[in-house]
Every structure is written in structure tokens, then in C-alpha cells.
Design a protein around this ligand. Structure first.
Ligand SMILES: [Fe+2]
Ligand SMILES: [Fe+2]
Length: 192
């Protein structure tokens, strides 16, 4: 048991807090996480729960999120877009009764990532980027291609980080130093 709620109950609860687009994205992430879990030998139900809940705090107001600043890494304070990850892990534990530490950790690190993530955490991270219900084909296909070609999660993670860093540069947005750290770490690990 990873939570006291069933997947259907979590969906119902989520529907009340997320907008339609975000809800659809969460369903897509759940489906993709399950697919990747099967492919890479992780627990499918656990991946479904993490995928479904990864953005559970995404639709909170900035004011509500600011109250939780003590849970943020220093570098996360730079970008409002990253705040829903630490708050999401807190919400998943407290409002959705998630007791599994790896699910909570996958939610916690699904935005900026961290070094030495487990395969399970990588699967949830990637599912968020390549789910097919709301992610643009142009963006997700680049990561999917890498995954299909290499069958290696680190290669796909590196591709995802490259795309994120490029996009942040293009939009003149701040880059969290942990993102660069993870990028450098992945660069050392990948098999070309
Ligand atoms: Fe997110
Ligand atoms: Fe997401």
C-alpha cells in the first residue's frame, strides 16, 4: 500500500484542485510512467501514483505557495515554476496519504532533478516531459527518440536537461545551479 486512496479516488480528488489541462497532463504522466515502469522494471502501480500526483500542487496561488518557502532549496526560490515540486511532495504526503518515500522523492525532484536519481525517479521525471496527452510532439519526440535509440534512462535525462537549459537561455530565465550540477553529472554517466 502506497497510499490509503485508490487511483480512482486520487483522480476524483485531483479533479477538484487542478484545471482541465493540468488534470489531463497528470493522467498522461500516469500512463507514460506506467509504460516506462514496465519497460525499465519498476513497480507499475507506484509509478502510476507518482505520475498522477506529481503536479498536485501546481494550481495553488503564488501567495499560498510562498507560505511554504521553508521547504525550498535556495536555488528554487529563483523560479516560481519550480515551487510546486517541494509543495507537491508535502501535499501528496499530507492530503493524499502517500507513505512511500520514493514516490514522494520522485514528486519532490520532478522539476529541477537531482544527482543520482533512482530509475524510478527518472521514469517519473521523463514521463512528465514526454506524456502524449498534452506535451507537444516536437518537444517530446526528441527525448523519446533518445530513449528508443539507446534504451538508457540517463541518456534520455541528459537530452531532457539539454532541452530545458536551451529553453531557459532562450527565454532569458534564471537557471538553478542544481540543474547545471545534474547536467554535468549526467554528462559523465551517459553512454554515447
Ligand atoms: Fe511539474
Ligand atoms: Fe508536470
Amino acid at each position: 500500500m502506497y497510499t490509503k486512496y485508490s487511483i480512482e479516488e486520487i483522480k476524483e480528488k485531483l479533479k477538484c484542485t487542478l484545471n482541465e489541462e493540468r488534470f489531463l497532463h497528470s493522467i498522461g504522466t500516469m500512463e507514460k510512467a506506467a509504460e516506462l515502469a514496465k519497460e525499465f522494471g519498476c513497480d507499475v502501480e507506484k509509478a502510476q501514483i507518482a505520475g498522477l500526483l506529481h503536479d498536485c500542487a501546481k494550481c495553488l496561488s503564488k501567495e499560498e505557495m510562498e507560505k511554504m518557502q521553508h521547504t525550498f532549496e535556495d536555488c528554487e526560490k529563483l523560479s516560481v515554476k519550480t515551487w510546486h515540486a517541494p509543495i507537491g511532495a508535502y501535499t501528496a504526503e499530507n492530503d493524499y496519504g502517500v507513505t512511500d518515500k520514493e514516490i514522494l522523492s520522485a514528486i519532490r525532484w520532478h522539476t529541477i532533478g537531482k544527482k543520482n536519481m533512482t530509475d524510478f525517479e527518472k521514469i517519473v521525471f521523463l514521463a512528465d516531459k514526454i506524456e502524449e496527452r498534452t506535451r507537444e510532439e516536437k518537444y517530446r519526440s526528441k527525448i523519446e527518440k533518445t530513449l528508443k535509440k539507446t534504451h538508457n534512462l540517463d541518456n534520455a535525462m541528459l537530452k531532457s536537461f539539454k532541452l530545458t537549459i536551451k529553453s531557459l537561455l532562450k527565454r532569458k530565465l534564471p537557471i538553478c545551479y542544481q540543474t547545471i550540477d545534474v547536467y554535468n553529472d549526467l554528462l559523465e554517466k551517459v553512454q554515447f
